[in-house]
Design a protein around this ligand. Structure first.
Ligand code: NAP
Length: 303
């Protein structure tokens, strides 16, 4: 029998902790605020963004959905990101994909202020993650590790396979697993024999976006399988990349879709925003202290 690795309980714990931290910031007059920049009329994206806004509200943080419309240009989105980056009342920024055809996603990711980059989209954040320096990891990648931890599954010394190598999910997950001392194989579109890359892994993370791509032949007996994939169907269902029926009884554990990685990702986006607000407040306080120290030093020296 395959064990189900649900994310709801962990998501609640993360949101409750964030709620407590947000309340402590409120006592200092700070209300964490997240801005989600959107430029699509894709309904499943709109649904996802609304779920972030609802989670933010439940946690006591503000969330602005900045909808620029499906015909927004790179220049318009860039201008908005720069403005939000300078706005002292905004602590976290998400640039929601997909963006309109022809927009320069790389340039836009670089326009996100790294201090507010709570979904680790700016290459600076990813570079710092790889260099093992403090940074916001992409929330989904962190959610995968948090789910393993929550269910008592340690990657240490285990073999892992990650299917997908995007900069938002596959690559950072692979990196975080290596940091947790797993030995990791990364598979992608050009992997000639996917099953050969995955079927010996103790931990298999799938982040592709092709429903049912992973079946029993890809999974080792007793493996832990984390299904990151989410594909929305026209009749309102959400499908994972793993054929849950096919791997049932073979996988030792599997995350459900929906209800696995997704809720933990959303909760972490909220928690990251609260952390960003606290860090920005601490930095402002430090600057203010440094300024007042230098004014006092000026008085004392008669300057
Ligand atoms: P993406 O940018 O489209 O990347 C997909 C990756 O899958 C690419 O690295 C691609 O390889 C690889 N791939 C494509 N076809 C493949 C195949 N036949 N065999 C092996 N690998 C293949 O997607 P993403 O943003 O990483 O998202 C992946 C999935 O996770 C999507 O379903 C997305 O909706 C979901 N997601 C879920 C959450 C959540 O919170 N649950 C959050 C984010 C994303 P190449 O690099 O060679 O093209």
């Amino acid at each position: 029998m395959t064990r189900s690795l649900g994310g709801a309980e962990l998501a609640t714990t993360i949101r409750d902790d964030a709620s407590g931290a947000a309340a402590a910031l409120a006592d200092l007059g700070i209300r964490p605020r997240l801005a989600v920049v959107l430029a699509t009329d894709d309904e499943s994206t709109a649904w996802y963004v609304r779920s972030i806004a609802a989670a933010a509200k439940r946690t006591g943080i503000l969330c602005d959905i900045v909808d620029l419309g499906a015909s927004a240009t790179t220049g318009q989105i860039h201008g908005t990101l720069v403005e939000l980056g300078h706005d002292p009342d905004v602590h976290g920024i998400i640039l929601q994909t997909p963006l309109p055809d022809g927009t320069d996603l790389d340039a836009l990711r670089e326009a996100i202020n790294p201090a507010k980059d709570i979904d680790g989209a700016n290459p600076v954040s990813l570079g710092r993650l790889v260099a093992r320096l403090p940074a916001f990891a992409p929330a989904t990648a962190r959610a995968v590790i948090a789910l393993l931890d929550h269910h008592g599954i340690s990657p240490h010394g285990r073999t892992a396979a990650v299917v997908g190598r995007s900069t938002v999910v596959g690559s950072p997950v692979a990196n975080l697993l290596v940091q947790r001392n797993a030995t990791v194989t990364v598979c992608h579109r050009h992997t000639t024999d996917l099953a050969a890359g995955t079927r010996d892994a103790d931990i298999l993370v799938v982040a592709v976006g092709i429903p049912g791509l992973v079946t029993a032949e890809h999974v080792a007996d007793g493996a832990v399988v984390i299904d990151v994939g989410t594909t929305a169907t026209t009749d309102g269902r959400l499908l994972g990349d793993v054929d849950a029926q096919a791997v049932d009884g073979r996988a030792g554990a599997l995350t459900p879709v929906p209800g696995g990685v997704g809720p933990v990702t959303t909760a972490l986006l909220i928690a990251h925003t609260v952390d960003a607000a606290a860090a920005q407040h601490a930095q402002h306080a430090q600057h203010a202290q440094t300024r007042s120290d230098s004014v006092l030093a000026g008085f004392r020296s008669g300057v």
